[in-house]
Write a protein that binds this ligand. Structure first.
Ligand SMILES: [Ca+2]
Ligand SMILES: [Ca+2]
Ligand SMILES: [Ca+2]
Ligand SMILES: [Ca+2]
Length: 234
């Protein structure tokens, strides 16, 4: 990544940014911020590296959840995950929040949350009680403990190219067709021997709960990239 001839590492994952780890004498040092990638937290399934804009420096292709799901996120309205063993039964309870009509709103229904934490039933006897829930404090009531609470955010659900620029990396979302389903795997190379990089992407996922529904609309996606501009579906 830093052109010193020593291999570095780029990582990502669920609720994680695209992180750059520079290899300094065998130690991997987190330099994500230096590359301008510190606010890229997403729902990433896969990454690939290739020089797409022809400046001899590596660029990043990131396969994310896409835009065709019930989850919505942006830099000002992140998807948020709270983690703790709220009901103290020895199992961590993930609670996902999103913004609905400007208000923080739990993603799961009352019944789903009670399935996960039966004690919540005492707090929310009726659906009307539950309808008054806004932020995490109002959901957790007496369990709310800000010092224990782990909070993670997702700011970006689009599958993206991150192109090397003068100083930082510049994020460019892949076209609409590539956002219709989660991208699970990527191949980069020169498929048609024209010296320009091509990207093949495989998508879809049926291994999800009924409440979210299967991601099955994509037939895969192929993009040709000429000097950092992607030309879809050739
Ligand atoms: Ca290096
Ligand atoms: Ca490049
Ligand atoms: Ca628990
Ligand atoms: Ca090509």
């Amino acid at each position: 990544m830093n052109q010193d001839g020593i291999q570095d590492l780029v990582t990502s994952g669920l609720w994680s940014p695209i992180r750059v780890w520079i290899n300094e004498a065998g130690s991997l040092i987190n330099k994500t911020k230096d590359y301008g990638l510190e606010r890229t937290q997403g729902w990433y399934n896969t990454l690939a590296i290739a020089d797409l804009n022809g400046d001899q420096r590596p660029d990043i292709i990131a396969g994310n959840l896409g835009l065709n799901s019930k989850f919505k996120a942006s830099s000002t309205k992140p998807l948020r995950l709270y983690l703790d063993d709220f009901d103290q039964n020895g199992q961590t309870d993930p609670i996902i929040y999103y913004t609905l009509e400007g208000m923080p709103t739990p993603f799961a229904t009352r019944d789903e949350l009670i399935d996960q934490m039966p004690e919540l039933k005492k707090q929310f006897v009726s659906y009307t009680d539950f309808s008054n829930v806004t932020d995490i404090q109002s959901l957790l009531g007496p369990w709310y403990n800000p010092s224990m609470l782990i909070e993670k955010n997702i700011y970006e659900l689009r599958s993206m190219l991150s192109l090397s620029d003068e100083q930082h990396y510049k994020g460019i979302p892949l076209p609409f067709e590539a956002q219709m389903s989660p991208i699970n795997d990527l191949w980069v190379g020169d498929l048609n021997s024209d010296a320009y990089i091509d990207i093949m992407m495989v998508s879809n996922n049926k291994n999800v709960s009924n409440a979210i529904g299967p991601y099955d609309v994509s037939r895969g996606y192929f993009a040709r990239v000429v000097r950092g501009r992607h030309i879809p579906n050739l």
